[in-house]
Design a binder for this molecule. Structure first.
Ligand code: HEM
Length: 147
């Protein structure tokens, strides 16, 4: 028999992985569209931005639930908590960038390193948060014997 807590965990994990797929997919489309330059309309960019903003709300909402759910298990160890804190710092960086932090209009001519490019930095932080999310799932299983 599936309990309410298990059903809710399933729904939240589904929302979280769905949000992650939309975030990563739109981030990739954004970078590809930018390299196509004039061929892409402003409406297309706006749609990607809207989808990314909504997926971030979904990620934060479901992520907060998952934190309470996971940390309510006393068997969770230090490794899980350390990785979780790193992931939260990365997502805080994403939220800062989405809300207008770091405008990268360069005054210096020539190519910039990737991490000074807002779009690429956002994508890299999202990919990092995804990798740490998968790591968290595996660490939780190793530490508690539950999935
Ligand atoms: C771009 C941002 C993010 C991406 C791409 C992302 C991606 C993922 C993925 C793919 C997983 C594995 C899910 C699973 O195995 O069911 C995960 C797990 C997790 N995420 Fe995120 N996430 C992001 C942001 C957040 C935020 C904002 C929070 C908290 C506020 C959060 C908290 C968690 C937690 C606690 C887990 C662990 C679940 C477990 O122990 O199995 N994530 N994340």
């Amino acid at each position: 028999m599936v309990t309410l807590a298990e059903a809710l965990r399933f729904v939240m994990r589904l929302a979280h992985t769905g949000g992650a797929a939309v975030w990563i997919g739109c981030g990739l489309l954004y970078l590809l569209a930018r390299s196509a330059q004039g061929a892409v309309t402003t409406g297309y960019y706006n749609t990607l931005r809207l989808l990314m903003a909504r997926s971030l709300v979904l990620l934060v909402g479901s992520g907060v639930y998952l934190i309470f759910d996971r940390l309510s298990n006393p068997q969770v160890g230090l490794t899980y908590i350390v990785v979780l804190v790193i992931k939260l710092v990365m997502t805080a960086g994403i939220v800062w960038l989405v809300s207008g932090g770091r405008q990268t209009r360069s005054t210096v001519a020539g190519p910039r390193p990737w991490w000074r490019d807002r779009g690429r930095l956002m994508f890299a932080l999202g990919a990092g948060a995804l990798a740490l999310g998968v790591a968290l799932t595996l660490i939780y299983e190793a530490e508690t014997g539950r999935i």
